[in-house]
Design a protein around this ligand. Structure first.
Ligand code: PMP
Length: 381
């Protein structure tokens, strides 16, 4: 029978769809969202969207090269270039399409693509479909990256190294200084996907500033608006020439309906709040320290992470789901992340903290987490 694999695949992965139905609950305290600064429900951000929709409608009516590009888009791109210190920037509908766009548009058959093993699926998938030779270096291991560059770089015309600023499932930060040095030494470009660093990190609210780097140290910078910015969409920041090239040659940009102007205005407002209501990033980072310290005191072993992503490895997938369900029954949304999103045997609770949380929210999470781990034979504690 044709497409028999669909039935078989569903039999194995059905729980994914079950999890989706339980994903949204307005009553639960959410410890799984990427809304790190709590901006998704900020009244001024909502008002900007509503005003934008009244003035410009809810749809852009076409791709950027046809009818979808307005002064609101241009102003947002300028603001993003300013914030990140790059010459220019370009809006995309999602981080997924921005990553596809970059890798597909920039690399050809004789080129080399080198990715951290734990890079996001959007990056790895783009690499798999790219005609370039793809190699992967051990997670955050600049020594291994150097070995690959030494061996393969001379055989290829261009080279692009790709890493994340803050890794989405482990929450750790990449060793950007060492990686940038290796790229310079081997004449390779560097792309940093900063989806989980942008807006969140205490030093300058992005991974470059966190590591004391400049735009000249990282050729291409990508971040999303669906995380700390609280909305949806993404941008790429780079030199004027690279952005101009993407506008002319990147298919996900050229052949996709542009984000609505109302959304560009709403993102613009969220960025202003991100930069002016600095208590948000300060409070978030205080909560991160508090949560880590309290887990340590309670013998709950988290993965090493200083970011808003604080994963607790459970190991077994069904046990991770049970703990997640227990927490949900107590009004806490903490989703279990399982293979294939993470490697076999490393199913985890991906706990994310937000500036909208209070110390009391964290205390409640700690109490319920401890209960859940005790019920499930101590779990990771
Ligand atoms: N890069 C990383 C590191 C991500 O975690 C994600 C999404 N979670 C993306 C890219 C894709 O971004 P978007 O959700 O905007 O498509």
């Amino acid at each position: 029978m044709a497409f028999e694999f669909i039935t078989q695949a569903l039999r194995q992965q059905q729980t994914q769809s079950l999890l989706r139905t339980r994903a949204v609950s307005n009553e639960a305290i959410n410890f799984s969202a990427n809304d790190y600064l709590g901006l998704s429900k900020h009244p001024d951000v909502i008002a900007a969207w509503q005003r934008g929709a009244s003035e410009h409608g809810v749809g852009s009516g076409g791709s950027a090269l046809v009818t979808g590009y307005t002064p609101a888009h241009a102003a947002l791109e300028e603001k993003l270039a300013d914030i990140t210190g790059y010459e220019s920037s370009l809006l995309f509908n999602s981080g997924y399409s921005a990553n596809q766009a970059l890798i597909k548009a920039l690399l050809n058959k004789n080129d080399l693509l080198i990715q951290d093993k734990l890079n996001h699926a959007s990056l790895i998938e783009a690499g798999v479909y790219s005609p370039a030779t793809m190699k992967r270096f051990k997670h955050n291991d600049s020594g291994h990256l150097a070995q690959i560059l030494t061996h393969y770089r001379p055989k290829h015309a261009n080279s692009l190294v790709v890493t994340e600023g803050v890794f989405s499932m482990d929450g750790d930060m990449s060793d950007l200084r060492a990686i940038s040095q290796q790229c310079k030494a081997h004449d390779s470009w560097l792309l940093v996907d900063d989806a989980h660093g942008f807006g969140v990190l205490p030093q300058g609210q992005n991974s470059l500033k966190q590591h004391g780097l400049l735009a000249s140290d990282v050729d291409l910078y990508m971040a999303t608006f669906g995380k700390a910015v609280g909305v949806s969409g993404a941008f790429v920041a780079a030199s004027k020439d690279v952005i101009e090239y993407l506008v002319n040659f990147s298919k996900p940009y050229i052949y996709s309906t542009a984000m609505p102007a109302a959304m560009a205005l709403c993102i613009d407002k969220a960025l202003t709040i991100m930069l002016t209501e600095t208590w948000r990033v300060v409070h978030l980072n205080q909560l991160i320290c508090y949560f880590k310290q309290q887990c340590f005191l309670r013998n709950i072993t988290l993965m090493p992470s200083d970011s808003a992503i604080q994963p607790l490895i459970i190991g077994d997938a069904s046990k991770a789901i049970k703990i997640s369900q227990y927490l949900a029954s107590k009004g806490l949304l903490v989703k279990a992340i399982r293979p294939p999103t993470v490697p076999q045997g490393t199913s985890r609770l991906r706990i994310t903290l937000s500036a909208n949380h209070s110390i009391e929210d964290i205390d409640l999470l700690l109490t319920r987490l401890q209960e859940a781990l005790n019920i499930n034979n101590g779990g990771a504690s």
